[in-house]
Write a protein that binds this ligand. Structure first.
Ligand code: PXP
Length: 267
């Protein structure tokens, strides 16, 4: 760590292990097996998303993970009243409120903090009664930061998806998301300008939030290529990263997995 630079905590989003399990609808791989490995490797937090449709993480996963995690658990959830009451009974260290659409592949944008102000406030008040720390997953804009402060959140998590997509379009042949293909028509010069704009929006929102006394996390689409630029923003003290870590672990762990099976295949 550079002298004088604030430390950045890493929250590892382990939903992606449940995504693999649900592809087969069996018990393997069990996301709970990741807790010890992530903790030993230096993760500061475990992040999971209890979706309304329970398509990845189930109630029982959330219950077991929160009960046995050696490090704090950040539970992402929508503002649906039934979900909020489950979250209160699960008592994670933190709840991150996120927008949720049934048809989406992953969380597509930040919360509509103005349009859904009253519903978000009701959820925050209920969660606070259970002494759960609150974070709001928002787009990196001054207005969303200010509304989050007004709503009484302790944290904001800035959505880095636009930055991640533009970064991938600029630096690799394919966009980060298959949904962003139309933007491939932009010239490298236009992409550079858009990428800088997306980065500065994150930096400005992070610094604004810090000035207002909010703690600042960021996440979505961060990977081994694009994360360094985000770590240069001192106001951001936590990153929540899932897909790229679990994706890399498939390859870094494959050799051991084949060796173990090869050993069992010996007569
Ligand atoms: N933060 C939030 C609020 C998210 O919804 C997600 C995606 O589940 C992440 C971070 C992690 O994103 P990724 O899996 O792209 O690293």
């Amino acid at each position: 760590m550079l002298a004088g630079k604030p430390k950045i905590d890493l929250g590892v989003n382990i939903d992606h292990i449940a995504v693999l399990r649900e592809a087969r609808k069996i018990n393997d791989p069990d996301p709970i097996m990741a807790l010890g490995i992530c903790t030993q490797a230096g993760a500061d937090q475990i992040t999971i998303h209890l979706r309304e449709d329970r398509r990845h993480i189930h109630d029982n996963d959330a219950y077991r993970i929160i009960a046995s995690s050696p490090i704090p658990v950040n539970l992402e959830c929508s503002i649906d009243s039934e979900i909020i009451s489950i979250v209160c009974s699960l008592k994670p260290h933190r709840a991150t409120l996120v927008p949720e659409k049934r048809a989406e592949v992953t969380t597509e944008g930040g919360l509509d903090v103005s349009g859904s102000y009253q519903e978000i406030l009701n959820s925050i008040n209920i969660l606070k009664e259970s002494e759960i720390e609150i974070s709001l997953f928002i787009d990196p804009t001054a207005q969303a930061v200010e509304m989050s402060k007004k709503l009484g959140a302790q944290w904001v998590e800035l959505h880095t998806g636009t930055y991640a997509n533009l970064y991938a379009m600029r630096h690799s042949a394919l966009p980060h998301s298959h949904h962003a293909i139309e933007s491939l028509r932009l010239s490298p010069h236009e992409l550079d300008a858009r990428l800088l704009e997306a980065y500065e929006a994150i930096r400005n929102a992070a610094e604004h939030a810090q000035r207002l006394g909010l703690k600042v996390a960021a996440g979505h689409g961060l990977n081994y290529q694009n994360v360094t630029q985000i770590t240069s923003i001192d106001a951001i003290t936590e990153l929540n990263i899932g897909q790229s870590i679990i994706a890399r672990s498939v390859f870094t762990g494959l050799s051991r997995a084949v060796l173990d099976m090869k050993e069992l295949c010996k007569r």
